[in-house]
Design a protein around this ligand. Structure first.
Ligand code: C5P
Length: 235
């Protein structure tokens, strides 16, 4: 699997997204489209990005009964996204159904299926008092990752600091997709953060970076710097 930097395109419109992407000159980057952009602009956003040569991570975090997720994943698979995701909390049967639907819809191109273990906005305290899960967060993340792997997922979204625990439980080939990437200054609202170099050392396969690139004075220079640090060399 080729490691890469994924730019989180957290924009509200097609125009703003393409305006931003024009500034990235190094190469056509791997981009992430989230719920805001997808719900605003619809599936054509994915088709258009793919037609222009971008790799696309469609971050819609599905979570529903298995039959609904199977049919929804079939529709997403047909759009041509390279990576899609769901909530591991939906359980084994839901994730199996997702894998089947995705493979049917994509006609064998098998997009990467990535499971969200626990959102990084969920604290240990919330895990216990609201979700009634009384295990340490790292054990919950590793157990959800293992269930995802058994169900046919290719990897999980987790903090870079949890990559090692996930790899230890699920094997080195099981992918970790990690947001929360920052240099020392400017952490925005991310708390469990690390640098691109450290994410590489910790075993992340993909880092997801939003504001450090999208809000930079020179997004192209920042993208090159982060990609060089994460991939270990010039891009
Ligand atoms: O701007 P920033 O680099 O913080 O963006 C990180 C991206 O990763 C955002 O699109 C955010 O929604 C996403 N994300 C996250 N934590 C997760 C899952 C997704 O920050 N657990």
């Amino acid at each position: 699997m080729k490691r890469d930097v994924i730019i989180a395109c957290d924009f509200s419109s097609r125009e703003a997204t393409f305006e931003f992407l024009k500034k990235i000159k190094a190469r056509k980057p791997y981009v992430k489209i989230g719920m805001e952009l997808f719900y605003s602009e619809g599936p054509d956003m994915v088709r258009e990005l793919k037609a222009e040569g971008y790799s696309v991570f469609l971050d819609l975090k599905l979570h529903d009964i298995p039959n609904t997720v199977r049919k929804s994943m079939r529709a997403l698979g047909a759009l041509g996204a390279d990576m899609v995701n769901l909530h591991a909390a939906g359980g084994y049967e839901m994730m199996r159904a997702a894998r089947e639907g995705l493979d049917e819809g994509s006609r064998g191109s098998s997009p990467l299926l990535i499971a969200v273990t626990q959102l990084t906005s969920t604290s240990q305290q919330m895990l216990e008092s609201e979700l009634l899960i009384r295990e340490p967060m790292e054990s919950v993340v590793a157990a959800y990752a293992e269930n995802s792997r058994r169900a046919g997922a290719d990897g999980v979204v987790c903090s870079p600091l949890e990559s090692a625990a996930v790899k230890a439980r699920c094997g080195a080939a099981f992918l970790t997709v990690t947001p929360g990437i920052r240099y020392a200054s400017g952490t925005d609202d991310q708390t469990r953060i690390t640098t691109p170099q450290r994410a590489r050392e910790l075993g992340s396969d993909f880092i997801v970076v939003g504001r450090p690139i999208t809000a930079a004075d020179d997004p192209d220079r920042e993208y090159r710097r982060i990609a060089a640090d994460f991939l270990g060399g010039e891009i």
